[in-house]
Ligand binder design. Structure first.
Ligand code: MN
Length: 152
């Protein structure tokens, strides 16, 4: 998740002549938004994306994100996505990176409360995810693994 060219990894993984996904770079201003995509790929999962530092920082969550306290979900950090991706829905063709159907599962206001290297505290005002949440880095499942949960 490089700071110098934040979308380099995102663009390197994709062929935009074949994928309907946005290439990025069109939107510069950062709205305080989050989006959760339901991604019916090889395995159904949820992609949590938070607008931070001019990109959508992204985590793949293998199970449905928690609407209530007491449930901790593994969240694997993936490449930063362009801000335009917050509006994206579509089907990524077979053979492409992330092939499958992408739908918006939830979207809304994102309020960042605290950001550290290993901890992000925030509030979400979506339709399904409402309240205070945390992402805490864990070494449990490799260097990109975090825990995502609702807090008091
Ligand atoms: Mn995904």
């Amino acid at each position: 998740m490089g700071d110098v060219m934040p979308l380099e990894e995102y663009q390197k993984l994709r062929d935009f002549s074949k994928s309907p996904e946005p290439k990025g770079g069109a939107k510069q201003s950062e709205g305080n938004i989050f989006v959760v995509h339901e991604h019916d790929a090889t395995r159904l999962h949820y992609d949590l994306r938070l607008s931070m530092g001019g990109v959508l920082r992204s985590w793949a969550v293998p199970k449905e994100p928690p609407g209530k306290e007491g449930v901790k979900r593994l969240a694997i950090q993936t490449e930063d996505h362009p801000l335009e991706y917050a509006d994206f829905e579509g089907t990524i063709p077979e053979g492409m990176y992330g092939a499958g159907t992408v739908k918006i599962w939830d979207k809304g206001e994102f309020i960042l409360e605290k950001e550290k290297e290993d901890e992000v505290l925030f509030e979400l005002k979506g339709k399904k995810l409402i309240g205070k949440y945390a992402l805490i880095k864990t070494r449990f499942r490799g260097k990109d693994s975090w825990l995502f949960f609702k807090r008091k």
